[in-house]
Write a protein that binds this ligand. Structure first.
Ligand SMILES: [Zn+2]
Length: 113
């Protein structure tokens, strides 16, 4: 139920920012989901549906944007694409690739009606 807690934190962010901007209704939410964040996107959509019901964003259209994984090899310094956070560097085979992008979940956009 990892996704359920994520959905609740999305709602908190949306409510806070709606309050800060004096909005009464949120019609759209875009969320960036990192490929390496370990999020089941289908489960997150479902959890959001449950969590947003009865909230200021209950009719909001939710868009999940996938952020591809990236990392920097700690040996050769190359920036490489990562499918999982345990990938080895494709250039030198070193297992120490530090994730630089794709491990986060961020609310990037809100629309209000
Ligand atoms: Zn390398």
């Amino acid at each position: 139920m990892h996704e359920y807690f994520m959905a609740e934190s999305v709602l908190r962010i949306v409510e806070e920012s709606a309050r800060a901007h004096g909005l009464n209704r949120v019609t759209g939410i875009a969320i960036e989901v990192g490929e390496l964040a370990g999020v089941d996107r289908e489960a997150l959509q479902l959890a959001l549906h449950v969590v947003l019901a009865g909230s200021i964003a209950q009719e909001a259209c939710v868009t999940l944007l996938v952020v591809p994984g990236r990392g920097r090899c700690t040996r050769c310094g190359r920036v490489v694409a990562l499918a999982t956070r345990y990938d080895v560097c494709p250039a030198c085979g070193h297992p120490g690739v530090a994730v630089t992008r794709g491990s986060e979940l961020t609310v990037v956009e809100m629309e209000a009606g």
